[in-house]
Design a protein around this ligand. Structure first.
Ligand code: NI
Length: 182
């Protein structure tokens, strides 16, 4: 069991575009194991490689997440598609933004294509919390955090929550991107 420390908001690795995985080797299997062990230890819903300081396109999710169903709990080089326009609202948090939970709008349904760590092509069809998790983790691979997805009024709420957090530092404000979405 290898539990690795999770990078938090001010770490630049969380803002970088992660690179596609080209070698499905022992190193990748170790990375997936570290992600699983660290996720289980922290009782989160999902964890992406950049959160462990590794800029590669892979993430894991908790098998306890409703709808995860199958044995599959990770995706390499994921591509997310939305089969419809339906949206969901719900509380969202991130192990890299400790103690902050905010209502975040996401799509309700996803179809995520990618690979297992053995290099086999797989597809995950998910809704609800699993779909939310897959969107959140895929965002991590593109350097996007859930706080970037907030509406302007949610942003005000989040600023109040953020300022109250014991790890808050004014420098963080310069690192928060404006939402690329409407
Ligand atoms: Ni996260």
């Amino acid at each position: 069991m290898t539990v690795t420390s999770i990078r938090t908001l001010s770490d630049p690795v969380l803002r970088e575009q992660a690179k596609p995985i080209t070698e499905f080797d022992g190193e990748l299997r170790t990375l997936v194991k570290d992600l699983r062990d660290t996720l289980e230890d922290s009782r989160g819903a999902g964890l992406a490689a950049p959160q462990l300081g590794v800029g590669l396109r892979v993430f894991v999710w908790s098998p306890k997440l409703p709808g995860s169903g199958s044995d599959l709990d990770h995706l390499v080089n994921p591509v997310v598609e939305f089969p419809d326009e339906e949206e969901q609202d719900g509380m969202e948090g991130c192990l890299s933004v400790p103690g902050v939970y905010l209502d975040t709008r996401r799509r309700m349904n996803v179809v995520a294509k990618g690979f297992t760590m053995q290099g086999d092509p797989v597809q995950v069809v998910g809704d609800g919390l699993l779909a939310r998790c897959i969107q959140h983790e895929t965002d991590h691979l593109d350097g996007i955090l859930f706080i970037d997805r907030l509406t302007p009024q949610m942003r005000d709420n989040w600023m109040a929550t953020l300022r109250a957090a014991d790890w808050f530092d004014e420098d963080l404000l310069t690192k928060i991107k404006q939402s690329p979405h409407q």
